[in-house]
Design a protein around this ligand. Structure first.
Ligand code: FES
Ligand SMILES: [Fe+2]
Length: 415
């Protein structure tokens, strides 16, 4: 599946996962594969089945170089070459049988705490280093979830500004029982623009003006399968036609008193999406609310039953672009936003609301005194189920006490 999507590097796991266990079965773009990290630190992504007699490679083991099958000990490296066939080499030392054997393999790279695969035509393009990956002094975390529906309805959500007012504001109020509270601001205007790496969507809600960055800069529907909001990315990665891996990368700028801050390893976790007690989808956090909408559209949303309106102009643009790019690929051309120049890929800038803040940071004490016009979140608002120790590490990095209030003594000592 996905000839178009295969032209892009896609994140599909957290790098930290492989520190715990060096072998992981992976399903990606409808293919069953095995990810491994061998003892020299090289990543491989190979067929789930051994080319000898089809044993499951995820039950093999890693060595200094490569992954060995547990059935008869054939061993493969990250390029797919068979590098050892124990009994064949004893029985026929001169036959060089292994030179004729390969296992299907795909290149893997590590960047920003994520593992990225490239499953398209070779040579592989450059892996874009998106601007926020280069920022320092941030608490970064990776959150993964499996969503049982097609990736594209998830991606349509990346260019749907009006849903925010309803799904995340009005519905969230209903869920909290705050129906008499302040009415969320209505959207008054929306606009969409295409650029090299996707689309931006811009909005003006009641109380905002044309000078607001939500209108002057906007947020990004990052081509081909990502939402980028300025400090977090959400990729919608096809596991297969019916399932999507949501890969979130979140950057929280630490206050300037806590600089310098560096993470040895970017923490990662898998977010649950279902309430095991009720069997219903979790709805407490922003992305969980999105997941409810996506799975509710059906495994693959039936577009013949839709009635698109003015709020869907971005979706129409994106669908048209997707079909055009798929045709370009079919006709033998390279699609949009494939980067070949290594220099260009080393730093790919994006439209970013609040860039100055992410680069320079604010003083926590100013924020605590109400002088900054915002508050640092005490807890993670995007997905349910964050492990306690990651929440604690976040609050510690931010100079907060365990209850999320600023630890003013510690901040003063650091300043
Ligand atoms: S099936 Fe893998 S070595 Fe025989
Ligand atoms: Fe949303």
């Amino acid at each position: 599946m996905g000839n178009l999507l295969r032209w892009y590097w896609t994140p599909f796991a957290a790098a930290g996962e492989m520190d715990q266990k060096p072998i992981k079965p992976i399903r990606l773009m409808g293919e069953d594969l095995v990810l491994y990290k061998d003892k020299s630190g090289t990543y491989g992504l190979v067929d789930r089945h051994c080319p000898h007699r089809r044993a499951d490679m995820s039950y093999g083991w890693v060595e200094e170089c490569g992954l060995r099958c547990n059935y008869h000990g054939w061993k493969f490296d990250e390029s797919g070459a068979c590098i050892h066939q124990p009994f064949e080499e004893i029985a026929h030392p001169d036959a060089r049988f292994k030179e004729r054997i390969t296992i299907k393999s795909y290149p893997v790279k590590e960047c920003a705490g994520l593992l990225w695969a490239y499953m398209g035509p070779l040579p592989a393009p450059e892996l874009p280093v998106w601007e926020p990956f280069t920022w320092g002094n941030g608490f970064v975390q990776v959150v993964l979830s499996e969503i049982p529906c097609n990736w594209f309805q998830c991606q349509e959500n990346s260019i749907d500004p009006v849903h925010f007012e309803w799904l995340h504001d009005n519905w969230a109020q209903q869920l909290r029982g705050q129906t008499n509270g302040k009415k969320p601001a209505s959207h008054l205007r929306i606009a969409f623009d295409e650029f090299e790496h996707g689309f931006t969507y811009r909005r003006i809600r009641e109380g905002q003006s044309e000078n607001d960055e939500l209108w002057t800069v906007g947020r990004t529907c990052l081509w081909p399968n990502c939402l980028f909001t300025g400090n977090h990315f959400e990729w919608r990665v096809p596991i297969d036609d019916d399932n999507t891996l949501s890969v979130g990368w979140f950057f929280d700028r630490i206050p300037e008193e806590m600089e310098p801050f560096h993470q040895e390893r970017i923490p990662w976790w898998y977010g649950p999406i279902k309430d095991e007690k009720t069997g219903r989808w979790l709805d407490s956090h922003v992305m969980n609310q999105d997941f409810v909408a996506w799975v509710g559209q059906g495994t693959i949303a039936d577009r013949t039953q839709e009635h698109l309106g003015e709020s869907d102009r971005g979706i129409i643009l994106m669908r048209r672009r997707l079909l055009e790019e798929a045709e370009r690929v079919r006709d033998g051309h390279e699609p949009k936003s494939v980067i070949r120049d290594p220099k260009e890929a080393r730093f790919v800038s994006l439209p970013i609301i609040g860039r100055d803040f992410f680069l320079a940071g604010y003083s926590m004490r100013d924020v605590a005194n109400g002088n900054a016009g915002f508050r640092y979140p005490k807890s993670f608002v995007f997905q349910a189920g964050q492990p306690e120790e990651i929440g604690e590490a976040y609050r510690d990095a931010m100079g907060m006490k365990p209850d999320g209030t600023p630890n003013l003594d510690r901040l003063a000592a650091r300043a």
